[in-house]
Design a protein around this ligand. Structure first.
Ligand SMILES: N[C@@H](CCC(=O)N[C@@H](CS)C(=O)NCC(=O)O)C(=O)O
Length: 214
């Protein structure tokens, strides 16, 4: 049995979606947070960076890092249907865009949200926030420019890319203005918000940011 360490509005959303799509049994363990920060001494034994998510595997080992967890679960459970076959160009594109989004969207989002961690200058936080916001926006625009006609990131079939992209869009500092500027990303978000299995997780994770699309 898997145990997913989670909390609302965190990147546990993505592996949760993959596990749910695969239909495998798993427990959710809520990690205690105070003011958005992990506040749970027991959790440091699971995640040395004290970051959510982490996945306790059936063999007792632990996997951290949201992208690694999503990809590993999708590979172990092909029935989830969100990972193109190994060795194909689509699989290579999954790697490319997962890396693009985690480095150039998620990481700047963390810099924006936890700006005090990224400067020793007591007056430096506003500059960090502004630069991070610009970096995030530019990186979303790169995705928008490369998307084809949909309905999903890679065309006809939903993949882990769609799940990650929609979560990052939810956490943007101004989701409506982002999606107005990026209609193809908005289309993917609309589709995934309506998905029978993934859609309900937006409520569980208190990610109501896409509700206005309905
Ligand atoms: N690179 C990590 C980042 C994880 C991360 O920063 N998670 C946030 C929530 S989305 C977190 O744990 N924040 C609480 C804290 O840093 O105290 C990943 O992709 O899993």
């Amino acid at each position: 049995m898997y145990t997913l360490f989670w909390s609302t509005r965190t990147a546990a959303f993505m592996p949760d979606a993959v596990l749910s799509l695969a239909g495998v049994a798993f427990d959710r363990h809520l990690v205690k947070r105070t003011n958005g920060r992990v506040d749970d001494t027991e959790f440091s034994k699971i995640s040395p960076m004290q970051q959510i998510p982490a996945l306790l595997m059936p063999d007792g080992s632990v996997l951290c890092e949201s992208v690694a967890i999503s990809l590993a679960v999708a590979e172990r459970h092909p029935e989830a249907g969100v990972l193109p076959p190994a060795g194909t160009q689509d699989r290579a594109l999954v790697y490319r865009w997962m890396m693009h989004m985690v480095c150039n969207i998620y990481e700047p989002d963390l810099r924006y949200s936890y700006s005090d961690r990224y400067t020793t200058d007591p007056n430096g936080q506003q500059g960090i926030k502004q630069a991070s916001a610009e970096r995030m926006d530019r990186s979303f625009d790169v995705v928008e420019a490369e998307l084809k006609d949909g309905p999903w990131f890679l065309g006809d079939t939903m993949t882990v890319l769609d799940i990650h992209l929609a979560a990052y869009a939810c956490w943007h500092f101004d989701t409506p203005s982002l999606l107005q500027r990026t209609p193809k990303i908005a289309g993917i978000c609309t589709n995934i918000r309506k998905h029978a299995v993934v859609g309900p997780l937006f409520e569980l994770y208190n990610m109501r940011d896409l509700d206005f699309l309905a």
